[in-house]
Design a protein around this ligand. Structure first.
Ligand SMILES: Cc1cc2nc3c(=O)[nH]c(=O)nc-3n(C[C@H](O)[C@H](O)[C@H](O)COP(=O)(O)OP(=O)(O)OC[C@H]3O[C@@H](n4cnc5c(N)ncnc54)[C@H](O)[C@@H]3O)c2cc1C
Length: 473
């Protein structure tokens, strides 16, 4: 079926006003923030596959009707909400359809007694937070993309926020949800604090990246919001290994700061303008909860940092980070990578404490040896667990032509993926697989990869949803 026929049929099914065929809107709606596309865009040519149209359903019934039709007619479908994906997750298949959930943006109910809020998938996280803050509540979910992301996308990518060491990732925050399978069936998972009536079905959708279902609604936990009760502190420390050991001790001793960040020497210089003494890493901490708990957490952290020879630098660096932590969102479209002649991006992995330092060092050693045009590489840890932590690498490389952008980008990713997998780490801590990490997914999951294939077959038998994401086919 050609693009015109697809759009026409969907107009008949959903109504004229639900279907967008304007070329500029389609190109905008296909856009992803992965680094090599940011470069290619400067060239003015379209480097992405072109979708037939975008549909903007306004109810779960419309999503269901659309997906049933797309499956029946074997037309590819790519779900989208905020469009802040950095993994080619929202890039369409040539001639496919983008299902944009952003018109489903209602806050359905707030239940302060049971401490939960129910929202539609297209609810912007920033709006939800502002709404909750009015009654002294918060979701506790603060990804850097807070000004861009919407609830459906946050669930679909298994996102995590900057305060995750205390509140957890989105998987810890979802109480129940509603989704539509590729075949059009609507499923609801009810809101209970916990249950042991079989496996946790929420996890079939949290992290599905639109590969077999479209999330239409979610009920999230809410927490008391009291920024006045916070404790904040920062420290300069010699060496990433030393910093990682200090972080490990904080976590294994049972302290639970909301924010615990360790930036390497390069980030201390570049992003924090040499705020710490030369050659030092920078560590930022913020504790939340009732004031005595936050203060006790601060004292616990102080004692451990002193043991590791860290220099205390007070709350100011944390206050500065807190104010500016999401500024990049407003600048994303202003970076002119093409004319700068460089690609730049980030890539996040995670591993147990015993392996994470080795992965960091191996990547920092291999990249300058193997990528002659490497312009920058640095890393920080920002999401901590009793068992380990993540490293969020930032990299840049000189690129002279758009044809070089993707190969140059993927050569760097390959090194990060290989060094992580070699040591038993995970290739994606919170951005998801998207399309660019799919090649490493079989190795990531080993013998359990077959489960992903079976779920895909069962929920999306026509194989129309987000082809190339999570799974090779
Ligand atoms: C500057 C910047 C900073 C970022 N910081 C963070 C961070 O701190 N933490 C973090 O976790 N991520 C971060 N990200 C990545 C991104 O914001 C997250 O992946 C976010 O969860 C995507 O939400 P979205 O609504 O924009 O989803 P989209 O970009 O629209 O979609 C993301 C994926 O989910 C699928 N999807 C979207 N909606 C649905 C739905 N309703 N049902 C099923 N599948 C769906 C899409 O097909 C796609 O695969 C950042 C991105 C940028 C650009």
């Amino acid at each position: 079926m050609d693009s015109k026929d697809i759009a026409q049929a969907l107009k008949g099914l959903l109504g004229e006003d639900r279907v967008v065929t304007d070329e500029a809107a389609i190109s905008d709606g296909s856009r992803d923030y992965i680094g090599f596309r940011q470069y290619e865009r400067g060239d003015g040519k379209c480097w992405m596959p072109k979708a037939a149209c975008i549909i903007r359903p306004q109810s779960v019934q419309e999503v269901s009707a659309a997906l049933a039709w797309l499956s029946e007619n074997k037309v590819d479908a790519v779900p989208r909400c905020g469009g802040s994906s950095v993994t080619q997750g929202v890039e369409p298949v040539e001639g496919g359809v983008i299902i944009d959930g952003s018109a489903m943006n209602q806050i359905i109910s707030l239940n302060e007694n049971d401490m939960m809020v129910t929202v539609q998938c297209g609810t912007p996280l920033e709006q939800l937070e502002a709404f909750l803050n009015k009654s002294g509540k918060t979701t506790g979910h603060f990804p850097q993309s807070l000004p861009m992301a919407q609830v459906g996308g946050l669930l679909a990518t298994r996102s995590t926020g900057q305060f995750s060491t205390y509140y957890g990732g989105i998987e810890d925050m979802v109480i129940g949800l509603e989704a539509v399978l590729a075949t059009g069936e609507i499923v609801r998972i009810k809101n209970v604090p916990r249950r042991s009536a079989g496996p946790d079905l929420r996890h079939l959708f949290i992290g599905c990246e639109g590969s077999w279902g479209f999330i239409t609604e979610a009920t999230l936990k809410i927490f008391k919001y009291d920024p006045e009760s916070r404790w904040m502190g920062s420290f300069a420390i010699k060496g990433m290994k030393n910093g990682l050991q200090a972080l490990r001790e904080i976590m294994t001793e049972g302290w639970k700061p909301a924010v615990a960040r360790l930036h390497d020497e390069r980030e201390m210089e570049r992003d924090f303008h040499n705020i710490a003494p030369e050659g030092h890493c920078l560590m930022l901490f913020l504790a939340e909860g009732p004031k005595p708990v936050a203060d006790a957490t601060g004292e616990g952290i102080r004692a451990i940092m002193a043991k590791h020879g860290a220099i205390e630098m007070g709350p100011k660096p944390v206050q500065h980070w807190l104010v500016h932590r999401n500024d990049v969102c407003g600048r994303l479209d202003k970076f002119d990578y093409y004319n700068m002649g460089a690609i730049a991006d980030t890539c996040e992995i995670a591993a147990p404490w015993s392996q994470i330092g080795e992965i960091y060092e191996a990547v920092l050693q291999r990249l300058p040896e193997e990528i002659p045009l490497l312009a920058a590489i640095s890393g920080h840890s920002s999401h901590n667990y009793v068992q380990g932590t993540n490293i969020y690498f930032s990299f840049g490389s000189i690129v002279m032509h758009p044809e070089q952008a993707q190969p140059a980008y993927m050569a760097i990713i390959k090194v990060i993926m290989e060094e992580t997998l070699k040591r038993g780490g995970t290739i994606a801590h919170h951005h998801g697989s998207g399309k660019y990490r799919t090649a490493w997914m079989p190795e990531e999951h080993g013998s359990s990869y077959i489960l992903l294939e079976k779920i895909k077959e069962a929920f999306d038998p026509a194989g129309v949803m987000n082809k190339g994401v999570l799974l090779k086919k």
